[in-house]
Design a protein around this ligand. Sequence first.
Ligand code: HEC
Ligand code: HEC
Length: 290
Amino acid sequence: MRARGAAVAFACIALCVQTVVLRAQAAASTPGRNVSRDSARSILRGKALIGAFRDSLPRYSGNRLRCASCHLDDGARATAMSWQGTAARYPRYRARRGSEESLAQRVNECVMRSLAGRALPEDGKDMRDIVAYIETMRAAPRPPNVDTVKLVGTPTAGRRVYVATCVRCHGAVGEGTKLAPAIWGAKSYSIGAGLSRQTVLATFVRYNMPYDHQVTLSDQQSADVAAYVLAKPRQDHPGKEHDWPKGDPPDDVAYATDGARANGKTLPSARPLLSRRVQPHQPTPTPREK
Ligand code: HEC
Ligand code: HEC
Protein backbone atom coordinates (compact mmCIF):
# COMPACT_ATOMS: atom_id res chain seq x y z
CA MET A 1 0.00 0.00 0.00
CA ARG A 2 2.73 2.39 1.06
CA ALA A 3 4.93 1.27 -1.84
CA ARG A 4 2.08 1.88 -4.25
CA GLY A 5 1.48 5.32 -2.70
CA ALA A 6 5.15 6.14 -3.15
CA ALA A 7 5.06 4.93 -6.76
CA VAL A 8 1.97 7.07 -7.46
CA ALA A 9 3.56 10.07 -5.74
CA PHE A 10 6.73 9.57 -7.76
CA ALA A 11 4.77 9.32 -11.00
CA CYS A 12 2.88 12.52 -10.11
CA ILE A 13 6.08 14.40 -9.32
CA ALA A 14 7.70 13.16 -12.52
CA LEU A 15 4.63 14.22 -14.49
CA CYS A 16 4.46 17.66 -12.84
CA VAL A 17 8.13 18.35 -13.44
CA GLN A 18 7.74 17.22 -17.03
CA THR A 19 4.71 19.49 -17.51
CA VAL A 20 6.59 22.49 -16.17
CA VAL A 21 9.66 21.75 -18.25
CA LEU A 22 7.47 21.46 -21.34
CA ARG A 23 5.65 24.68 -20.46
CA ALA A 24 8.95 26.42 -19.86
CA GLN A 25 10.34 25.12 -23.14
CA ALA A 26 7.20 26.16 -24.97
CA ALA A 27 7.49 29.63 -23.46
CA ALA A 28 11.15 29.75 -24.41
CA SER A 29 10.43 28.78 -28.00
CA THR A 30 7.38 31.00 -28.58
CA PRO A 31 8.42 33.20 -31.50
CA GLY A 32 8.25 36.92 -30.93
CA ARG A 33 8.36 36.62 -27.17
CA ASN A 34 12.12 36.38 -27.04
CA VAL A 35 12.03 34.21 -23.97
CA SER A 36 15.48 32.84 -23.36
CA ARG A 37 16.77 29.71 -21.75
CA ASP A 38 17.38 31.89 -18.69
CA SER A 39 13.69 32.42 -18.29
CA ALA A 40 13.01 28.68 -18.56
CA ARG A 41 15.49 28.26 -15.73
CA SER A 42 13.81 31.06 -13.78
CA ILE A 43 10.44 29.30 -14.11
CA LEU A 44 11.86 26.02 -12.85
CA ARG A 45 13.55 27.74 -9.93
CA GLY A 46 10.32 29.57 -9.09
CA LYS A 47 8.48 26.28 -9.01
CA ALA A 48 11.13 24.81 -6.72
CA LEU A 49 10.81 27.83 -4.37
CA ILE A 50 7.05 27.55 -4.01
CA GLY A 51 7.47 23.85 -3.23
CA ALA A 52 10.29 24.25 -0.70
CA PHE A 53 10.09 27.83 0.52
CA ARG A 54 11.47 27.34 4.00
CA ASP A 55 14.36 25.10 2.96
CA SER A 56 15.32 27.45 0.13
CA LEU A 57 14.71 30.84 1.76
CA PRO A 58 14.88 30.32 5.56
CA ARG A 59 15.53 34.03 6.21
CA TYR A 60 12.16 34.93 4.80
CA SER A 61 10.10 32.09 6.26
CA GLY A 62 8.38 32.27 9.65
CA ASN A 63 6.74 28.85 9.79
CA ARG A 64 6.87 25.34 8.33
CA LEU A 65 4.53 25.87 5.41
CA ARG A 66 5.36 26.17 1.75
CA CYS A 67 3.30 28.01 -0.86
CA ALA A 68 2.07 24.65 -2.16
CA SER A 69 0.72 23.71 1.30
CA CYS A 70 -2.33 25.80 0.37
CA HIS A 71 -1.95 26.42 -3.36
CA LEU A 72 -2.27 22.69 -3.95
CA ASP A 73 -0.73 20.97 -6.97
CA ASP A 74 1.71 23.88 -7.21
CA GLY A 75 -1.07 26.37 -7.80
CA ALA A 76 -2.80 24.37 -10.52
CA ARG A 77 -5.71 22.96 -8.51
CA ALA A 78 -8.94 24.76 -9.36
CA THR A 79 -10.44 24.51 -5.85
CA ALA A 80 -7.37 25.59 -3.86
CA MET A 81 -6.63 29.28 -4.51
CA SER A 82 -5.59 28.47 -8.05
CA TRP A 83 -3.02 30.61 -9.88
CA GLN A 84 -4.63 29.93 -13.24
CA GLY A 85 -5.24 33.29 -14.85
CA THR A 86 -3.81 35.07 -11.79
CA ALA A 87 -1.01 36.98 -13.54
CA ALA A 88 -3.53 38.59 -15.91
CA ARG A 89 -5.51 40.05 -12.96
CA TYR A 90 -2.69 42.19 -11.59
CA PRO A 91 -2.15 44.99 -10.79
CA ARG A 92 -5.56 45.25 -9.18
CA TYR A 93 -7.34 47.07 -6.36
CA ARG A 94 -7.48 45.12 -3.13
CA ALA A 95 -9.74 46.13 -0.29
CA ARG A 96 -7.47 44.69 2.41
CA ARG A 97 -4.73 47.13 1.34
CA GLY A 98 -7.18 49.85 0.29
CA SER A 99 -5.22 50.48 -2.91
CA GLU A 100 -3.82 48.85 -6.02
CA GLU A 101 -1.45 45.93 -5.61
CA SER A 102 1.12 44.41 -8.01
CA LEU A 103 1.59 40.67 -8.39
CA ALA A 104 4.90 40.87 -6.49
CA GLN A 105 3.16 42.74 -3.66
CA ARG A 106 0.43 40.06 -3.64
CA VAL A 107 3.06 37.33 -3.36
CA ASN A 108 4.66 39.20 -0.44
CA GLU A 109 1.28 39.42 1.28
CA CYS A 110 1.26 35.61 1.37
CA VAL A 111 4.93 35.52 2.42
CA MET A 112 4.27 37.85 5.37
CA ARG A 113 0.89 36.45 6.42
CA SER A 114 0.53 32.85 5.25
CA LEU A 115 4.22 32.06 5.77
CA ALA A 116 4.41 34.49 8.74
CA GLY A 117 7.70 35.60 7.22
CA ARG A 118 9.30 38.75 5.93
CA ALA A 119 8.87 40.34 2.54
CA LEU A 120 11.17 39.33 -0.32
CA PRO A 121 12.87 42.23 -2.08
CA GLU A 122 10.44 43.04 -4.89
CA ASP A 123 13.16 43.42 -7.51
CA GLY A 124 15.24 40.43 -6.38
CA LYS A 125 15.84 37.12 -8.13
CA ASP A 126 13.68 35.06 -5.75
CA MET A 127 10.61 37.21 -6.40
CA ARG A 128 11.35 37.30 -10.14
CA ASP A 129 11.49 33.50 -10.28
CA ILE A 130 8.30 32.99 -8.25
CA VAL A 131 6.45 35.49 -10.45
CA ALA A 132 7.91 33.81 -13.59
CA TYR A 133 6.38 30.53 -12.46
CA ILE A 134 2.97 32.12 -11.73
CA GLU A 135 3.18 33.81 -15.15
CA THR A 136 3.20 30.37 -16.85
CA MET A 137 -0.49 30.10 -15.87
CA ARG A 138 -1.40 33.61 -17.10
CA ALA A 139 -3.38 32.45 -20.12
CA ALA A 140 -5.15 29.57 -18.39
CA PRO A 141 -8.88 30.21 -17.99
CA ARG A 142 -9.75 31.17 -14.46
CA PRO A 143 -11.59 28.27 -12.81
CA PRO A 144 -15.13 29.07 -11.69
CA ASN A 145 -15.38 29.95 -7.99
CA VAL A 146 -16.49 27.08 -5.77
CA ASP A 147 -19.50 27.76 -3.54
CA THR A 148 -18.34 29.58 -0.43
CA VAL A 149 -19.21 27.82 2.84
CA LYS A 150 -20.96 30.61 4.75
CA LEU A 151 -22.40 28.62 7.66
CA VAL A 152 -21.15 29.60 11.09
CA GLY A 153 -19.28 26.76 12.78
CA THR A 154 -19.12 25.65 16.41
CA PRO A 155 -15.72 24.72 17.86
CA THR A 156 -17.08 21.89 20.06
CA ALA A 157 -18.67 20.16 17.05
CA GLY A 158 -15.52 20.95 15.06
CA ARG A 159 -13.37 19.16 17.59
CA ARG A 160 -15.20 15.92 16.83
CA VAL A 161 -14.59 16.38 13.09
CA TYR A 162 -10.94 17.21 13.72
CA VAL A 163 -10.31 14.13 15.85
CA ALA A 164 -12.14 11.81 13.46
CA THR A 165 -10.83 13.23 10.19
CA CYS A 166 -7.77 15.47 10.45
CA VAL A 167 -5.73 14.39 13.43
CA ARG A 168 -3.98 11.48 11.73
CA CYS A 169 -2.22 13.84 9.32
CA HIS A 170 -2.18 17.25 11.03
CA GLY A 171 -1.46 15.98 14.56
CA ALA A 172 -3.22 16.09 17.94
CA VAL A 173 -2.25 19.69 18.63
CA GLY A 174 -2.23 20.90 15.03
CA GLU A 175 1.55 20.67 14.97
CA GLY A 176 1.76 18.71 11.73
CA THR A 177 3.23 15.26 11.05
CA LYS A 178 5.37 13.73 8.34
CA LEU A 179 2.18 13.53 6.27
CA ALA A 180 0.96 17.11 6.52
CA PRO A 181 1.94 20.58 7.74
CA ALA A 182 0.91 22.39 10.94
CA ILE A 183 -2.51 24.01 10.95
CA TRP A 184 -2.23 26.07 14.12
CA GLY A 185 0.49 27.12 16.56
CA ALA A 186 3.91 28.60 15.87
CA LYS A 187 4.59 26.46 12.78
CA SER A 188 1.47 27.50 10.91
CA TYR A 189 0.02 30.57 9.21
CA SER A 190 -0.56 33.87 11.02
CA ILE A 191 -3.78 35.54 12.12
CA GLY A 192 -3.43 37.94 9.15
CA ALA A 193 -3.58 35.13 6.54
CA GLY A 194 -6.62 34.56 4.33
CA LEU A 195 -7.08 31.10 5.85
CA SER A 196 -7.62 32.74 9.26
CA ARG A 197 -11.06 33.79 8.00
CA GLN A 198 -13.62 31.12 8.78
CA THR A 199 -15.38 31.16 5.41
CA VAL A 200 -12.06 30.91 3.53
CA LEU A 201 -10.79 28.02 5.67
CA ALA A 202 -14.13 26.20 5.64
CA THR A 203 -14.34 26.48 1.84
CA PHE A 204 -10.74 25.28 1.38
CA VAL A 205 -11.41 22.30 3.67
CA ARG A 206 -14.80 21.53 2.08
CA TYR A 207 -13.26 21.01 -1.37
CA ASN A 208 -9.73 19.80 -0.57
CA MET A 209 -9.57 18.02 2.79
CA PRO A 210 -9.09 15.37 4.01
CA TYR A 211 -6.34 15.20 1.43
CA ASP A 212 -6.99 11.57 0.56
CA HIS A 213 -10.84 11.69 0.64
CA GLN A 214 -11.71 15.08 -0.80
CA VAL A 215 -15.21 16.49 -0.85
CA THR A 216 -16.55 14.09 1.77
CA LEU A 217 -17.37 16.60 4.52
CA SER A 218 -20.62 18.54 4.60
CA ASP A 219 -20.77 22.34 4.63
CA GLN A 220 -21.62 22.22 8.35
CA GLN A 221 -18.74 19.87 9.20
CA SER A 222 -16.34 22.08 7.23
CA ALA A 223 -17.55 25.20 9.04
CA ASP A 224 -17.34 23.46 12.42
CA VAL A 225 -13.81 22.17 11.92
CA ALA A 226 -12.73 25.62 10.68
CA ALA A 227 -14.19 27.22 13.83
CA TYR A 228 -12.29 24.70 15.96
CA VAL A 229 -8.96 25.25 14.17
CA LEU A 230 -9.35 29.05 14.31
CA ALA A 231 -10.07 29.04 18.05
CA LYS A 232 -6.51 27.77 18.58
CA PRO A 233 -3.47 30.04 19.05
CA ARG A 234 -1.42 31.09 16.04
CA GLN A 235 1.23 33.67 15.17
CA ASP A 236 0.36 37.35 15.29
CA HIS A 237 0.56 39.63 12.25
CA PRO A 238 1.78 43.02 13.49
CA GLY A 239 0.08 45.91 11.71
CA LYS A 240 -3.12 43.94 11.07
CA GLU A 241 -5.17 46.80 12.53
CA HIS A 242 -4.32 48.81 9.38
CA ASP A 243 -6.02 46.25 7.09
CA TRP A 244 -9.15 47.31 5.20
CA PRO A 245 -8.37 51.00 5.79
CA LYS A 246 -11.67 51.99 4.16
CA GLY A 247 -13.54 50.21 6.94
CA ASP A 248 -14.94 47.36 4.85
CA PRO A 249 -13.53 44.14 6.35
CA PRO A 250 -15.54 40.98 5.67
CA ASP A 251 -17.55 39.80 8.69
CA ASP A 252 -15.29 36.83 9.45
CA VAL A 253 -12.05 38.79 9.86
CA ALA A 254 -10.78 37.63 13.22
CA TYR A 255 -9.31 40.89 14.50
CA ALA A 256 -10.24 44.49 15.03
CA THR A 257 -9.21 47.06 12.43
CA ASP A 258 -8.99 50.84 12.78
CA GLY A 259 -11.08 51.31 9.65
CA ALA A 260 -13.91 49.16 10.99
CA ARG A 261 -13.82 50.92 14.34
CA ALA A 262 -14.10 54.29 12.61
CA ASN A 263 -17.13 52.94 10.78
CA GLY A 264 -18.70 51.84 14.07
CA LYS A 265 -18.50 48.10 13.25
CA THR A 266 -18.56 45.80 16.26
CA LEU A 267 -15.26 44.16 17.10
CA PRO A 268 -14.72 40.43 16.70
CA SER A 269 -13.81 38.55 19.85
CA ALA A 270 -10.08 38.35 20.54
CA ARG A 271 -8.27 35.17 19.46
CA PRO A 272 -5.28 33.67 21.29
CA LEU A 273 -2.11 34.93 19.60
CA LEU A 274 1.51 33.84 19.73
CA SER A 275 4.21 36.39 19.14
CA ARG A 276 5.51 36.63 15.61
CA ARG A 277 8.59 34.48 14.90
CA VAL A 278 10.05 36.46 12.04
CA GLN A 279 9.89 40.21 12.40
CA PRO A 280 8.49 42.15 9.46
CA HIS A 281 11.14 43.11 6.95
CA GLN A 282 13.18 46.22 7.70
CA PRO A 283 14.82 47.05 4.40
CA THR A 284 18.61 47.23 4.86
CA PRO A 285 19.72 50.76 4.04
CA THR A 286 21.74 51.09 0.87
CA PRO A 287 25.32 52.42 1.41
CA ARG A 288 24.27 55.87 0.23
CA GLU A 289 21.50 56.12 2.83
CA LYS A 290 23.79 55.18 5.72
C1 HEC B 1 -1.71 29.22 4.52
C2 HEC B 1 -2.13 29.12 3.13
C3 HEC B 1 -1.34 29.86 2.06
C4 HEC B 1 0.01 29.80 1.82
C5 HEC B 1 1.06 29.01 2.58
C6 HEC B 1 0.26 30.68 0.71
N1 HEC B 1 -0.91 31.23 0.27
FE1 HEC B 1 -1.15 32.45 -1.34
N2 HEC B 1 -3.14 32.62 -0.94
C7 HEC B 1 -3.79 32.01 0.11
C8 HEC B 1 -5.16 32.46 0.14
C9 HEC B 1 -6.22 32.04 1.15
C10 HEC B 1 -5.30 33.38 -0.93
C11 HEC B 1 -6.53 34.20 -1.29
C12 HEC B 1 -7.32 33.62 -2.37
C13 HEC B 1 -8.40 34.58 -2.76
O1 HEC B 1 -8.19 35.80 -2.69
O2 HEC B 1 -9.45 34.11 -3.19
C14 HEC B 1 -4.01 33.44 -1.59
C15 HEC B 1 -3.76 34.20 -2.72
C16 HEC B 1 -2.55 34.24 -3.39
C17 HEC B 1 -2.31 34.95 -4.63
C18 HEC B 1 -3.36 35.74 -5.41
C19 HEC B 1 -4.10 34.85 -6.34
C20 HEC B 1 -5.07 35.60 -7.23
O3 HEC B 1 -5.51 34.99 -8.22
O4 HEC B 1 -5.38 36.75 -6.96
C21 HEC B 1 -1.02 34.73 -4.98
C22 HEC B 1 -0.30 35.25 -6.20
C23 HEC B 1 -0.44 33.91 -3.94
N3 HEC B 1 -1.39 33.63 -3.00
C24 HEC B 1 0.86 33.49 -3.93
C25 HEC B 1 1.44 32.76 -2.88
C26 HEC B 1 2.85 32.42 -2.83
C27 HEC B 1 3.86 32.76 -3.91
C28 HEC B 1 3.05 31.76 -1.66
C29 HEC B 1 4.36 31.30 -1.07
C30 HEC B 1 5.40 32.33 -0.99
C31 HEC B 1 1.74 31.62 -1.01
N4 HEC B 1 0.80 32.26 -1.78
C32 HEC B 1 1.51 30.93 0.16
C33 HEC B 1 -3.26 31.09 0.98
C34 HEC B 1 -1.91 30.76 1.08
C1 HEC C 1 -4.22 12.17 4.46
C2 HEC C 1 -3.65 13.26 5.20
C3 HEC C 1 -4.49 14.50 5.47
C4 HEC C 1 -5.71 14.56 6.12
C5 HEC C 1 -6.51 13.44 6.73
C6 HEC C 1 -6.04 15.98 6.17
N1 HEC C 1 -5.09 16.72 5.56
FE1 HEC C 1 -5.00 18.75 5.43
N2 HEC C 1 -3.32 18.64 4.31
C7 HEC C 1 -2.66 17.46 3.97
C8 HEC C 1 -1.51 17.77 3.16
C9 HEC C 1 -0.54 16.75 2.58
C10 HEC C 1 -1.49 19.18 3.02
C11 HEC C 1 -0.45 20.01 2.28
C12 HEC C 1 -0.36 19.69 0.82
C13 HEC C 1 1.00 19.95 0.27
O1 HEC C 1 1.91 20.41 0.96
O2 HEC C 1 1.15 19.65 -0.93
C14 HEC C 1 -2.63 19.69 3.76
C15 HEC C 1 -2.95 21.03 3.89
C16 HEC C 1 -3.93 21.53 4.72
C17 HEC C 1 -4.15 22.93 5.01
C18 HEC C 1 -3.34 24.10 4.49
C19 HEC C 1 -1.94 24.14 5.05
C20 HEC C 1 -1.86 24.23 6.55
O3 HEC C 1 -1.09 23.44 7.14
O4 HEC C 1 -2.57 25.05 7.18
C21 HEC C 1 -5.21 23.00 5.86
C22 HEC C 1 -5.81 24.24 6.47
C23 HEC C 1 -5.69 21.65 6.08
N3 HEC C 1 -4.89 20.78 5.37
C24 HEC C 1 -6.78 21.32 6.87
C25 HEC C 1 -7.23 20.02 7.07
C26 HEC C 1 -8.42 19.69 7.82
C27 HEC C 1 -9.29 20.68 8.55
C28 HEC C 1 -8.54 18.33 7.78
C29 HEC C 1 -9.65 17.48 8.36
C30 HEC C 1 -10.97 17.79 7.83
C31 HEC C 1 -7.43 17.82 6.99
N4 HEC C 1 -6.68 18.87 6.57
C32 HEC C 1 -7.19 16.47 6.78
C33 HEC C 1 -3.01 16.20 4.37
C34 HEC C 1 -4.13 15.86 5.09
